[in-house]
Design a binder for this molecule. Structure first.
Ligand SMILES: *[C@@H]1O[C@H](CO)[C@@H](O)[C@H](O)[C@H]1NC(C)=O
Ligand SMILES: *[C@@H]1O[C@H](CO)[C@@H](O)[C@H](O)[C@H]1NC(C)=O
Length: 428
C-alpha cells in the first residue's frame, strides 16, 4: 500500500518535472520568503510556525512528513542542533528556566506549544528541553483553562483569561501533543490530540453560503467564547469563518494524522501493538472525516476574482464578513500546503486530479503574490481580530508560503514513494 502513496501524487506532474530534482521552481524564491519571514518573527506562534517551516524546508526527513520519522519507533535523536537550522532557531527562543510554557504566550497557553515538537527534538541534545516540553504538555492537560462542551467533555481553551476556542489552536497544540505521545510512548497524549480536534469541531462547525445559494457545513467559526459576549478589553471575538483559522485547523489535523499513521510502537513499548492499531484505525477515520468536511466547503466556495486567492472570510457573499473577504495569500498557502501533504498521506482521497489541480491553482495564485525580496501580500492582519484589512507582510504568512513550498516539493518529487520503493527493492 505504501508504495502507492506518491505515484498518484507524482502522476499529476510531468515526469520531466519530477526528474528535475535539483531546483524545483515553484514560481518564487523560497529562500527570500524565508529571509523576510525570519526578520519579522517575534511572537510565540510565529516562532513555532517558523521553526516548523524551517524543519520542513531544510530537514524534511526529521518531520512527520518524512519517509521514516520514527526510526525504531522513537523520535529522531539529534545531538548537535547547530546542524539543523530549525532547531538552532528553536533553541534560541525556547525558555528552559522552569516556566509552565515554552515561551511567553501573551495570554495563550496554546500558542507556545507550537514550539513543543522542536523542544522534543532538542531533548537528546539537552534534557532540559524535554523537561520544558513536559511542563508545557502537563499544563495543557491539567491546568489550562477549559471550555465546557457538554456533560462529559471539555476542550482546552486557546486563551487563559476566559474559555475560548480558536481554530488556530489546532496547529499549535494537537500536533505537539501527538508528537509528545510518541516521544514519551504515552497514548494519553495521542488520544487527547485527536479528542481536541473533535471537540473543537463540535463547537466551531458552521455553515457557509455558496455562490449557488446552497449551504455547505464543515468549516469552522474563528472563535467561540464562553460566555459568547466578552467584556470590553478581553481578547477576542470573531464568530465568522476566517480562512487562516480554518487553514491552521486543516494543516494541524494533517500533522496529527501523519504522526499517528507513521508511528509504530517499538516491541518493548508500554503502548501495545493491538491497542495502538485500534487507536490508529479509529483516528484515521475521525481525522480524515473532519478534514474532508473542511476541504470540501473550502473548495466549493468561490475564490476572490481579482487575485485568484481564497477569500479571507468564507461565510458567503450575503454575510456581513463579505465586506472584508479580500484574497489572502497566507491562508491560501497553508490550505494548499495541507492538500499537497494529504495527496501523499491519503492518496485514495486526495491523490486524484481534482485535488491536485486545486492545489496547483492555489500555489500559482500565491506565487503571483510573492513580491521582490520575498515579501508575501496581501495577507490577513494578525494584529486585529477580526481581521478586516489586509497587510503587506506577516511572519506567519511568510512561513505558510514556505510550508506550501516544502509540501509541494515533497509531493512533486515523490520522496516517500522513492524511499518506500528503495526499502522494498533496494535497487533504486
Ligand atoms: C525565564 O526566561 C525568560 C527569558 O529569558 C524571562 O523573560 C523570564 O522572566 C524567566 N522566567 C523565570 C520564572 O525565571
Ligand atoms: C460530547 O461531545 C463529544 C465530542 O463531539 C462527543 O464525543 C460526546 O459523545 C458528547 N457527549 C455527550 C454526552 O453528548
Amino acid at each position: 500500500m505504501k508504495g502507492y502513496v506518491a505515484p498518484l501524487c507524482v502522476a499529476a506532474f510531468s515526469a520531466v518535472l519530477w526528474l528535475n530534482l535539483s531546483a524545483p521552481d515553484a514560481g518564487f524564491n523560497p529562500q527570500e520568503v524565508l529571509a523576510t519571514g525570519r526578520a519579522i518573527t517575534s511572537r510565540s506562534w510565529e516562532f513555532g510556525t517558523l521553526v516548523e517551516a524551517l524543519l520542513e524546508f531544510h530537514n524534511h526527513e526529521l518531520t512527520v512528513f518524512g519517509s521514516d520519522p520514527f526510526p525504531g519507533g522513537l523520535i529522531p535523536q539529534i545531538s548537535d542542533p547547530s546542524e539543523v537550522e530549525g532547531l538552532a532557531y528553536a533553541k534560541s527562543v525556547i525558555w528552559i528556566n522552569g516556566t509552565d510554557l515554552l515561551v511567553d504566550g501573551e495570554g495563550s497557553a496554546a500558542d507556545p506549544a507550537s514550539l513543543g515538537t522542536a523542544a522534543l527534538l532538542l531533548s537528546h541534545h539537552d534534557p532540559r528541553y524535554l523537561e520544558a516540553a513536559e511542563r508545557q504538555a502537563e499544563y495543557l492537560m491539567t491546568k489550562a483553562k477549559k471550555f465546557h462542551v457538554n456533560v462529559t467533555h471539555s476542550a482546552i481553551s486557546h486563551r487563559e483569561d476566559v474559555p475560548e476556542l480558536w481554530g488556530d489552536f489546532i496547529y499549535m497544540v494537537p500536533p505537539f501533543l501527538a508528537y509528545h505521545g510518541v516521544a514519551t510512548q504515552d497514548l494519553r497524549f495521542l488520544d487527547m490530540a485527536v479528542l481536541q480536534c473533535q471537540l473543537y469541531d463540535h463547537v466551531l462547525r458552521t455553515g457557509i453560503e455558496l455562490e449557488n445559494g446552497e449551504t455547505c457545513r464543515g468549516l469552522w467559526r474563528h472563535i467561540v467564547s464562553d460566555p459568547p459576549d466578552l467584556e470590553l478589553g478581553v481578547c477576542c471575538s470573531d464568530p465568522d469563518v476566517w480562512l487562516t483559522s480554518n487553514a491552521w485547523a486543516v494543516a494541524g489535523m494533517t500533522r496529527v494524522l501523519a504522526t499517528i499513521l507513521k508511528w509504530k510502537p517499538p516491541p518493548n513499548s508500554p503502548v501495545g501493538q493491538t491497542e495502538y492499531d485500534k487507536f490508529k484505525a479509529n483516528s484515521r477515520v475521525v481525522l480524515a472525516d473532519l478534514i474532508a468536511s473542511m476541504l470540501q466547503c473550502t473548495m466549493a466556495q468561490a475564490e476572490d476574482e481579482g487575485s485568484g486567492l481564497l477569500k479571507n472570510y468564507l461565510d458567503g457573499s450575503s454575510h456581513r464578513s463579505a465586506a472584508w473577504a479580500y484574497g489572502d495569500a497566507a491562508g491560501t498557502a497553508l490550505m494548499a500546503s495541507a492538500m499537497y501533504r494529504l495527496a501523499v498521506l491519503l492518496p485514495e482521497t486526495y491523490g486524484g486530479s481534482n485535488a491536485m489541480e486545486w492545489a496547483e491553482r492555489n500555489r500559482r495564485a500565491v506565487a503571483r503574490h510573492v513580491h521582490s525580496g520575498g515579501r508575501v501580500s496581501p495577507v490577513a492582519d494578525v494584529g486585529h481580530v477580526p481581521s478586516k484589512s489586509p497587510v503587506s507582510q506577516t511572519s506567519e504568512g511568510q512561513s505558510m508560503v514556505l510550508l506550501m513550498y516544502s509540501a509541494w516539493r515533497a509531493c512533486k518529487e515523490g520522496t516517500s514513494w522513492k524511499a518506500g520503493l528503495q526499502r522494498l527493492t533496494g535497487w533504486l
